[in-house]
Design a protein around this ligand. Structure first.
Ligand SMILES: Nc1nc2c(ncn2[C@@H]2O[C@H](COP(=O)(O)OP(=O)(O)O)[C@@H](O)[C@H]2O)c(=O)[nH]1
Ligand SMILES: [Mg+2]
Length: 193
């Protein structure tokens, strides 16, 4: 895969006019979205990785092989405890998720140590109402013991029946092939429609 940074936008009107498929990454701030993009395309410094949690407030767009776009969306739910039950997604994220015409696949990145948080579940619930296919990526699995990985898989299978869960770590180099495959599958499926 050869990827280049296309642009950062704050308005979805500025999305590429191209009808090539868009593959989006969502998840909490600091969960490793940017690192995952770099790992996926084997380019260390393509997407900016931040050591301290802070929210990216832009949509960052990467062009992959002039074939599809990777869309790095603003992180959600950074504030630890919102007392309110319903957590609204940031406007820009909302706009994108509800209006992106060429969105063909969503990678929902979760921290393997925390499992699915309330806000992750809210995103999954939302995605289920759309026709866009998605998968959950349990990231940073290098931080987990084997037994903890099994427990996580069991928990997700029990709570979110039938969901596709991919284990990933850019430290141990796991999951790259599986994510690439899932993306290719989604692109193929979308082309047939
Ligand atoms: N141990 C470990 N750390 C990771 C992994 N992926 C990302 N990180 C770290 O998590 C932090 C946030 O990563 P970043 O990609 O900027 O997250 P983003 O805010 O979701 O884009 C950085 O310190 C990364 O080095 C992983 O697979 N394993
Ligand atoms: Mg980022």
């Amino acid at each position: 895969m050869n990827a280049t940074f296309l642009k950062s936008i704050v308005n979805i009107e500025d999305l590429p006019k191209s009808d090539r498929p868009q593959i989006a990454l969502v998840g909490r701030s600091n969960v490793g979205k940017s690192s995952l993009i770099n790992h996926l395309v084997n380019q260390k410094n393509l997407a900016r990785v931040s050591a301290s949690p802070g929210r990216t407030r832009t949509i960052n767009i990467f062009d992959v092989d002039k074939r599809f776009f990777l869309i790095d969306l603003p992180g959600y739910g950074f504030a630890k405890a919102s007392k309110e039950k319903r957590i609204a997604f940031e406007n820009l994220l909302n706009d994108y998720m509800t209006r992106a015409e060429h969105l063909k696949f969503v990678l929902v990145i979760v921290d393997a140590r925390l499992g699915l948080s309330d806000i992750d579940r809210e995103m999954l619930t939302f995605l289920e109402t759309t026709s866009v296919p998605f998968a959950v990526i349990a990231n940073k699995i290098d931080k987990l013991k084997k037994s903890e990985i099994l427990a996580l898989q069991r928990e997700v299978a029990k709570d979110e029946h039938g969901i596709k869960l991919i284990l990933h770590s850019n430290v141990t180099d796991s999951g790259q092939g599986e994510i690439r495959q899932a993306i290719e599958q989604a692109i193929k499926a979308a082309a047939k429609k």
